[in-house]
Design a protein around this ligand. Structure first.
Ligand SMILES: [Fe+2]
Length: 124
């Protein structure tokens, strides 16, 4: 089978239970409560990745996007050398959906886009 380009769509680990070092360096790690209350702000911490990714001019994380399902929530642009790919964002969810699918996508200038997903419950 032909190898898919890293720059074709969002990348995911081939085997999430046995990630390669490259996958561990690129998969966003999402840290937030599993359950939140509708209308009450909560903090989502994101880092790239489980093994820290370098932030050199020639090789770095360019941005981190946060979506709720298909809806854009936030983008953080990063500058190499002076930032780490670790961010915190305050979100707030409406209780009427009962659950939210947080999707975090980051882009490495050499290794493409990587997506992590976390489902959270939203209580009224
Ligand atoms: Fe990379």
């Amino acid at each position: 089978m032909e190898e898919k380009s890293l720059f074709c769509g969002n990348n995911h680990p081939k085997d999430p239970s046995n990630m390669t070092d490259s996958e561990k360096k690129h998969m966003p790690v999402i840290d937030c409560p599993n359950e939140v209350k509708g209308g009450v702000p909560f903090i989502v911490k994101i880092k790239v990745g489980e093994i820290p990714h370098v932030m050199e001019v020639a090789h770095h994380i360019q941005w981190i996007d946060i979506y709720s399902s298909e809806n854009f929530n936030a983008r953080i642009d990063l500058t190499p050398e002076v930032t780490k790919p670790e961010v915190s964002v305050t979100l707030q969810k409406s209780g009427k959906h009962r659950k939210a699918t947080l999707r975090v996508i980051e882009r490495c200038n050499l290794h493409g886009q990587w997506e992590a997903i976390k489902e959270i419950v939203v209580n009224e």
